[in-house]
Design a protein. Structure first.
Length: 260
């Protein structure tokens, strides 16, 4: 996403290690400029009629993206169709699928379930949560209504949310209540979290599950701290880091290593 209401797809060509090594050796001996450099170019630019606040890519199909705007509706697009000749990329383009159910405007908080294809979790500015299972994503102009809605009165405010990468039915939220909530899809009938713990002294701003250890989760807050929690024992953090800067808005683990 760029500032405003455009979705842009860029393609980058990165030189191979062999090319880079040869280039480095040649530039050292001849004082020449590097010949092989990364190149990037725009594949397409899709215009939207409203301001975009968030985007997520479907893990099981990188061509499928969902866009959240300042409207209640979430739009799904198949990017492979936009690469076709004469594709309509104007703001009049109709999404391949529309996801409805959020009571208020979007905030950019979305998460795809990596273990259950096409299951999307999202929240709005008021802290309401909706869950969709997008079964007919290839059917043009289809509309999918949220199968589950959790109202803000139960979520206690939402600043970030995430599916558990190793458990198909679990997701987590944090927010203004300073609490970490773990939700279980198998017991959502009561719209109550399976686990609620106060984890910070100020608003909790973001969370990140450890992909290599099912019981570890990171939280960060406006109190300038990052904490690692063991879900089996929430009396105190497993590890804590205090920063010298302002509030922390994003925390995540490396994809290949269990470091954050």
């Amino acid at each position: 996403l760029n500032a405003g209401s455009q979705l842009m797809l860029w393609k980058m060509i990165v030189p191979s290690m062999k090319m880079l090594q040869w280039d480095s050796l040649k530039s050292c001996t001849q004082s020449a400029e590097p010949r092989y450099k990364p190149k990037a170019y725009s594949v397409f630019c899709l215009e939207r009629p409203t301001t975009l606040v968030g985007m997520k890519v479907l893990p099981q199909n990188r061509d499928i993206v969902v866009l959240q705007s300042t409207q209640k509706e979430i739009e799904l697009f198949n990017c492979s169709k936009m690469r076709e000749n004469n594709a309509d990329l104007s703001c009049r383009r109709i999404p391949d699928c529309s996801l409805i159910g959020l009571p208020s405007a979007g905030r950019g908080l979305m998460s795809f379930n990596r273990l259950r294809p096409c299951q999307l979790l999202a929240s709005d500015v008021d802290g309401n949560i909706c869950i969709w299972t997008i079964r007919n994503r290839e059917e043009a102009r289809s509309v999918v209504t949220a199968e589950t809605t959790i109202l803000a009165s139960q979520t206690m405010g939402v600043r970030d949310l995430s599916w558990h990468p190793l458990h198909i039915s679990l997701f987590a939220t944090v927010g203004e209540s300073r609490k970490l909530c773990i939700w279980d899809m198998r017991s959502l009938g009561e719209h109550k979290p399976a686990l609620v713990e106060e984890v910070h002294d100020a608003t909790a701003t973001c969370i990140s599950f450890n992909r290599f250890n099912e019981v570890l989760i990171n939280t960060a807050s406006e109190d300038k701290t990052i904490k690692v929690w063991d879900l089996r024992c929430m009396k105190k953090p497993f590890y804590a880091i205090r920063t010298l800067t302002g509030e922390i808005n994003k925390v995540c683990y490396f994809t290949l290593f269990s470091y954050f």
